[in-house]
Ligand binder design. Structure first.
Ligand code: AMP
Ligand code: MG
Length: 404
């Protein structure tokens, strides 16, 4: 709550339509063009006057063809029909279209036989049927999905005002970190969190900016965070936020954010230590724990909602579902919210089931790669087989994969 109280949406920018996918609209759009703009055929067939078909079967004289994209043909006189293709403008005077599959055309193509009465309006799309002038086509705060972008395109719009996609800087800290290109020296490990965080950011619709690694030195950590604060919309660092001898992120954030900073020991497992502050430029700075599983959980629970607010969203949290435990989960009562990675599947009973829970351990990353959900276990929640628990589904596609 402290975090969200200090984060406000980024100032609106104009984005090309497709670039705005997933962004939040910052303007209301009213229709300035009717759609369709003119009466046109919804079928390939023959345009005619409905009254001419009242004595069906009738033979009508064929007077040319109108294709989609042509200007409307000349007025259709009584006793005449016009070949017309889908989307082509109706000739003035015609009020219905008979499908090509239903008619018989003479060998020479000069006459067409209409075998039944065709009602006025049949197979005709009327002007404004989809959109009328002045219709509200986009609301402020709406998330732009492909069909909405299509609606805007149908109005001849090529850009839209949105809250921009936050650009989020990612910093790793630690003398022990090395990258994929180098051999591991004694005591060294691969930097896992930067790729992990960059991928999570991208998956959630944010733009990741790689700020590199800070060694365990207070000045170096502060310099890197400060650089991020001035060039990005938010900065996430991992590691160095606990109570170890070289945990400098806490003090760096306190120095950069002053009053607007907090360091917390959250009653959660994993992900207990967490630092947050807003820099002088107004950039939110997040200090997450170094263990990759903790990084994942802290990002999901604390950072993602805040970044969504930055991006202008009203709905900040993922949807929580109830799921049945297929097996009891042991937990000790330590007063904390336990967050476990798990495999959740949609059962034949159409209920969600927690099929398998990943072994706990904030340094055990590989196991969570097989999980598709987080299970939230507050203190004293009943955790026997058959009980229901709250889950956050992170990958809906995978719900089927293990369906029982
Ligand atoms: P720290 O909070 O800095 O003491 O880090 C806690 C644990 O997470 C230590 O075992 C670190 O080596 C590990 N760790 C920190 N940063 C990373 C990272 N970027 N990738 C993988 N492990 C990390
Ligand atoms: Mg460290």
């Amino acid at each position: 709550d402290f975090v969200l109280s200090l984060v406000t949406p980024l100032a609106p920018l104009s984005y090309e339509l497709v670039d705005a996918l997933g962004c939040v609209a910052a303007e209301r759009v009213l229709a300035r063009e009717a759609v369709p703009g003119f009466a046109n055929s919804s079928m390939d067939g023959f345009a005619l006057r409905s009254v001419d078909s009242e004595a069906a079967p009738v033979r009508l004289r064929v007077v040319g063809t109108t294709l989609a994209g042509s200007a409307p043909a000349a007025v259709l006189a009584p006793g005449e029909a016009q070949r017309i293709m889908t989307g082509a403008p109706m000739p003035p005077g015609a009020d219905c279209v008979c499908m090509i599959e239903e008619v018989t055309v003479d060998d020479d193509g000069l006459f067409v036989e209409i075998s039944r009465i065709v009602a006025a309006g049949e197979n005709v799309r009327l002007p404004g049927e989809d959109v009328m002038l002045g219709d509200e086509l986009l609301r402020v705060g709406e998330v732009l999905r492909p069909p909405r972008l299509g609606v805007l395109a149908s109005q001849g719009l090529s850009s839209v005002l949105v809250h921009p996609r936050p650009r989020v800087g990612v910093v790793s800290t630690g003398n022990e970190l090395t990258d994929a290109a180098s051999a591991l020296g004694p005591g060294q490990i691969r930097d896992t969190n930067r790729p992990l965080l960059k991928a999570m950011l991208r998956e959630s619709g944010f733009e990741a900016v790689d700020l590199g690694v800070a060694i365990d030195d207070e000045a170096a950590t502060k310099t890197l965070l400060a650089a991020g604060a001035s060039s990005c919309d938010a900065v996430i660092s991992t590691g160095g936020v606990s109570v170890g001898d070289v945990d400098h992120v806490k003090s760096a954030i306190l120095q950069l954010a002053g009053e607007r900073a907090r360091w917390m020991q959250v009653a959660i497992k994993p992900g207990k230590p967490f630092a947050f502050g807003v820099s002088a430029e107004g950039t939110p700075l997040f200090g997450l724990p170094g263990n990759p599983v903790s990084t994942r959980v802290s990002f999901e629970l604390f950072v993602r909602p805040a970044l969504r607010r930055l991006a202008g969203h009203d709905e900040l949290d993922r949807v929580h579902f109830r799921a049945v435990l297929d097996a009891a989960i042991p937990r000790k009562d330590d007063g904390k919210l336990h967050v476990l990675h798990a495999q959740v599947a949609l059962g034949v009973d159409q209920r969600l089931h927690v099929v398998r829970v990943v072994r706990e351990g904030s340094h055990l990353l590989r196991g969570i790669a097989d999980a598709n959900a987080l299970v939230l276990l507050p203190e004293r929640a009943p955790l026997e087989e058959g009980c229901e628990v709250d889950v956050v589904v992170l990958d809906v596609e995978q719900l089927r994969a293990h369906a029982t």
